[in-house]
Design a protein around this ligand. Sequence first.
Ligand code: UDP
Length: 325
Amino acid sequence: MANILVTGGAGYIGSHTAHQLIARGHNVQVADNLSRGHRHNVAPERLHVVDLADTPRLTALMREQQTDAVIHFAAYIAVGESTKVPELYFTNNVGGSLSLLNAMTEAGVRRLVFSSTAAVYGMPARVPITEDMPFEPLSPYGESKVMVEKILGWMDQFRGLRSIALRYFNACGAEPDSGLGEEHEPETHLIPLLFRAIRTGQPVTIFGDDYDTPDGTCIRDYIHVSDLADAHILAVDHLLKGGASDAFNAGTGSGFTVMEVLRAVEEVTGRKVPYSLGPRRDGDPATLVADSTKLQRTLKWTPRRSHIKAIVQDAWAFEQKRVAR
Ligand code: UDP
């Protein structure tokens, strides 16, 4: 049993991870300012409504809880928004992380799991993507994650802070039995938008069908949020056992086109998805697929729920609960 602080634990991946940590008997506290997360995702006795910028409160919280490790999710995640208000992304994602790191130094906490992203690679020269490929982010969002990964490298060297960065590919799915799932506002992700199109009858726009892929739509590596949560648990266990700092891709190694996902949604829901074809979205690479061999070998991680049908089934079951709420 360890004392673990989860920042952004009221958000999508954070809430699933916190839930699994609790199920394994850890003492979990959540720090979230609820700017994008949801109060209903966290039990009230675990929730500390605090901003990442508030270094003294984070320090006090970690001292009081005798925190052993931090899993740091709290960040803004919308690529498009980051190109419109880059300051917001650097302030919150980089400045917020620095404030957290300062608090960790003050409180003597030296283990951190960090939410990174496939967006650190930009348009990769080849797929599947391995961790040694260069950082070439195409947005302030991607750059903000690169910056924090680099800071973590220096913190390892000069502060003895051991960290693991998990570079997520396309997180999706839900744990409907726990009432947890994806609810971003505004929503930009494909599967929830396909559901919305079914619900409202308003067509979803497919961003480009002239890519160099079998059906012309983009290929992504869709990973179930429960499998991502597992990866965080393995990462924090590794650090608590004295493991070294590292970075891992978290994806399945298989890709699906936008149209394949749309067809899976139609199959699972038994409903037609109204859609229209639109232009490409800026900065979208044709194919993003992870080579996650390193994560599988080093941390003994196995994706279990990341089949497109299981993903859509879980997401759809959550969608019914969310809409009924
Ligand atoms: N996509 C789309 N229409 C939408 C939202 C997404 O065609 O309304 C496509 C997008 O171009 C990408 C894939 O769906 O190829 C997944 O996009 P999402 O925003 O969910 O994740 P990303 O790949 O940007 O992390």
